[in-house]
Design a protein around this ligand. Structure first.
Ligand code: T4K
Length: 368
């Protein structure tokens, strides 16, 4: 057993020698970006792997979210969750859209559909839910509300690579879904992301938007952005795809060991499984209840002192950051579940290279 630092995650990387031929190819053909061959291959390979029809690659998930909002011309107010990484809401502010925060469901920790209707105003144009930790939102309830009020739905699926419900990929829900391939994610291309599009026409529009709005050499049809994934990232993605099932299998095993080791520990609450039939085990969150002898922060510090660097995803809530504090929907009294959960959560180390010895050490430290 070692006491080397353990972080909440560690990027999964393929053997370096397997990447060299891809780099040699790029060096030889001098195609570095702008929808090169690896970019095209990865779009196709990912769509196949994920079981979706159309997918547009991006340089990162945040640019993909920004562009998804632009593509659907979202404006006014958008209903979203305070319990997410700050990028979710930042992309609304960058599009000059007002976020309207709604509380989360205490079991799934996702946007609570029962609370959405009360937050709808004449200015509401869309709902931006997050499949937090890869657990699916209540997609049917959300779609019913969206249909009744003529709202768009964009899923922030940054955590949801590979997750499936009864009907297939959860990325098929809503008008668009956005993935992140950041280093810390289940599937990574260093930085990267994608928009899942329902049809070829919307993919084409999004492809224009991510390339400054260019259509051909001299025509610009929209005030687009540079959101393109480059060839080195795309090549890494192609190689990562060959190893991702193995990585997911190891995550599954780690999740099982955590659940077995901690499932009956008084004061430690594990998240119940959601509606997914295929999980990705992107994170392993625990909730530290009053029955535990230490507070969440005492436990967090104790683990840190032992070089186990969990993370309090998502604390503080997005609504507590200064650029959101003045909004009408940020009152903690209206967000009681999210406020409570954010004070209790710690995400434990979860990544394929986590050894059984290190895993046992973490579990032993958590059992009082
Ligand atoms: N929506 C949601 C719901 C998201 O969670 C995110 C990103 C986005 C949108 C935006 O997608 P991107 O634009 O990022 O594609 C991390 C990530 O930077 C961020 O991508 C992620 N969510 C968020 C939940 O976590 P930090 O600030 O916590 O990362 P950092 O650098 O502290 O990394 C955590 C640990 O991971 C480190 O302690 C060590 C390890 N690590 C990290 C990196 C970057 C490595 O071992 N190697 C690495 O290269 O935000």
């Amino acid at each position: 057993m070692s006491n080397k630092p353990l972080y909440v995650t560690q990027p999964h990387l393929p053997p370096l020698e397997e990447f060299i031929p891809y780099l040699e190819h790029i060096w030889a053909n001098k195609r570095l970006t702008n929808s090169g061959p690896f970019h095209q291959q990865l779009e196709q390979a990912l769509a196949e792997y994920l079981g979706v029809e159309h997918l547009a690659l991006f340089a990162n998930g945040t640019l993909a979210l920004l562009t998804a909002l632009q593509a659907l011309r979202i404006s006014g107010e958008v209903i979203t969750t305070p319990y997410s990484f700050v990028a979710t809401a930042h992309t609304l502010l960058w599009n000059e859209i007002q976020p309207v925060f709604v509380d989360i469901d205490p079991h799934s920790l996702n946007l609570d559909p029962k609370r959405i209707e009360a937050a709808i105003t004449p200015r509401t144009t869309a709902i931006l839910p997050v499949h937090v930790y890869g657990n699916p939102c209540d997609v049917e309830a959300i779609q019913t509300i969206a249909d009744n009020y003529n709202l768009k739905v964009i899923y922030d699926a940054a955590h949801a690579f590979g997750v499936q419900d009864q009907g297939g990929s959860i990325l098929r829900h809503g008008d668009l879904s956005v993935l992140s391939f950041h280093a810390t994610k289940v599937f990574n291309t260093c930085e990267g992301g994608a928009i899942i599009c329902p049809d070829a026409k919307s993919k084409q529009h999004i492809d224009h938007l991510k390339n400054f709005g260019f259509v051909g050499e001299t025509t610009v049809v929209a005030s687009g952005i540079n959101g393109k994934m480059n060839e080195i990232q795309s090549a890494l993605g192609l190689l990562q795809l060959k190893h991702v099932d193995q990585a997911l299998a190891r995550r599954h095993a780690i999740d099982g060991q955590y659940r077995e080791g901690l499932g009956t520990t008084p004061g430690i609450r594990l998240l119940p499984r959601g509606s997914q039939v295929v999980d990705n085990h992107a994170y392993f969150p625990i909730l530290v209840d009053d029955a535990y002898p230490l507070s969440r922060d005492q436990l967090y510090d104790k683990l840190k002192a032992e070089e186990i660097h969990g993370r309090r995803y998502f604390y503080p809530l997005i609504t507590e950051f200064p650029m959101y504090r003045g909004l009408p929907s940020v009152q903690a009294t209206d967000l009681t579940v999210a406020t409570e959960i954010s004070k209790r959560v710690i995400c434990l180390p979860m990544y394929p290279a986590l050894s059984d010895d290190d895993l046992s050490r973490i579990i032993q430290l958590l059992i009082p």
